[in-house]
Write a protein that binds this ligand. Structure first.
Ligand code: PLP
Length: 365
């Protein structure tokens, strides 16, 4: 029997909402994928039908994100967490330094892995302000002989986001964009490498997108197992071993959906409108809701806030749940509330949450 989609407002932090149109298309194609008589999951990853899916997804990524020719697009596994390890494994040799800009828990995890390989250091850290802000890009200082500089473009847990990225000169800038990739247009050529787990803005979990400048592949350490070497995957068009075929298919369809909406400039406009609805409910609440992020560092993807005390916060979360809002609890490490408003979250969900927040305040002041 076909299950109808139940109406909920999904604000999950990841895995998170997918466009309904994409889920419906996947459902239609599930048993007979484009005349093959099989599901896309049952195709050989060496077949022509799958190759079209794979190369189609790469082509859409390149076009939508305006990725220059001198970059490779890779589909890997192991999530962003595996990238935390692969980056220093490939690029940081014993005794070498690498700068890490510390803006939250994910930066900390990336930093710990680098310590196993070389001499990472903190370029800056906003830990003292409970990671409520992003350091000003122009105040950052790097060693010119760093292997690379690493930052987290959007801090999923604390709800802060970079707007202007630092210029690291000849030192490659590497960004973990797991929670804001393709939420707005950016200039990819500012970066040596960009990576993101797909499960926030691009599709289901299981695929990691890596965009890497070709010259970095040549500079990488040779003493790395083949499966963990970027060059291995670049040399085989991410078909060195069996890729997560269903996830890549879904990612391609999500990108198709972004194309139909008008591309990244249109998505950005929509994301700004969505976030504004919720930030306005915070800012107009006269302190009933208190945002965690400093206003100039606010994320358009993860909106973090608290209420006056734990009892009221629990009441808010419980009533929200009854009204069909899903995923509003803050990350277990920081508590509070968080609304994740990734690309696929519809404007109506943000409108409904904003109205609920105003109503809850009226009923509980
Ligand atoms: C979710 C997230 C991660 C972890 O991703 P996995 O795919 O679970 O390894 C890393 N960095 C950021 C910024 C995230 O949002």
């Amino acid at each position: 029997m076909r299950e109808e989609k139940q109406v909920v407002y999904n604000f999950n932090a990841g895995p998170s909402a997918l466009p309904t149109a994409v889920l419906e298309k996947a459902q239609q194609e599930l048993l007979n994928f484009r005349g093959t008589g099989m599901s896309v999951m049952e195709l050989s990853h060496r077949s022509q039908a799958y190759e079209e899916v794979h190369n189609g997804a790469i082509a859409r990524l390149r076009k939508l994100f305006s990725i220059p020719e001198n970059y490779e697009v890779l589909f890997l596994q192991g999530g962003a967490s595996q990238q935390f390890a692969m980056i220093p494994m490939n690029f940081l040799n014993a005794g070498q330094t690498a700068g890490y800009v510390m803006t939250g828990s994910w930066s900390e995890k990336a930093f710990s892995e680098a310590k196993l390989f070389g001499e990472p250091y903190h370029v800056a850290s906003t830990k003292e302000s409970k990671y409520s802000n992003i350091p000003a890009a122009e105040t950052l200082e790097f060693n010119t002989n760093d292997a690379y500089v690493h930052l987290t473009s959007n801090n999923t847990i604390y709800g802060t986001q970079w707007t202007d990225f630092p210029n690291t000169g000849d030192v490659p800038l590497i960004a973990d964009m797991s929670s804001d990739i393709m939420s707005k247009p950016i200039d990819v050529s500012q970066f040596g490498m960009i990576y993101a787990g797909a499960q926030k803005n691009l599709g289901p979990s299981g695929v990691t997108v890596v965009i890497i400048r070709k010259d970095l592949l040549e500079k990488a350490n040779e003493q790395v197992p083949a499966i963990l070497k970027y060059a291995t995957h670049a040399n085989s068009n991410s078909l060195y071993h069996t890729p997560p075929t269903f996830g890549i298919y879904m990612l391609g369809e999500v990108l198709g959906w972004i194309e139909e909406l008008g591309g990244l400039a249109a998505i950005q406009k929509r994301n700004e409108e969505k976030a504004k609805l919720i930030y306005d409910a915070i800012d107009n609440s006269a302190g009933f809701y208190v945002g965690h992020a400093a206003p100039d560092s606010r994320s358009l993807m993860n909106i973090t806030f608290r209420l006056a005390d734990d009892t009221l916060e629990q009441k808010f979360l419980e009533e929200a749940k009854e009204q069909g809002f899903v995923g509003l609890n803050g990350h277990r490490s920081v508590g509070g509330c968080r609304a994740s408003t990734y690309n696929a979250v519809p404007l109506e969900a943000c409108q409904a949450l904003s109205e609920f927040m105003v109503q809850f305040q009226q009923n509980n002041r």
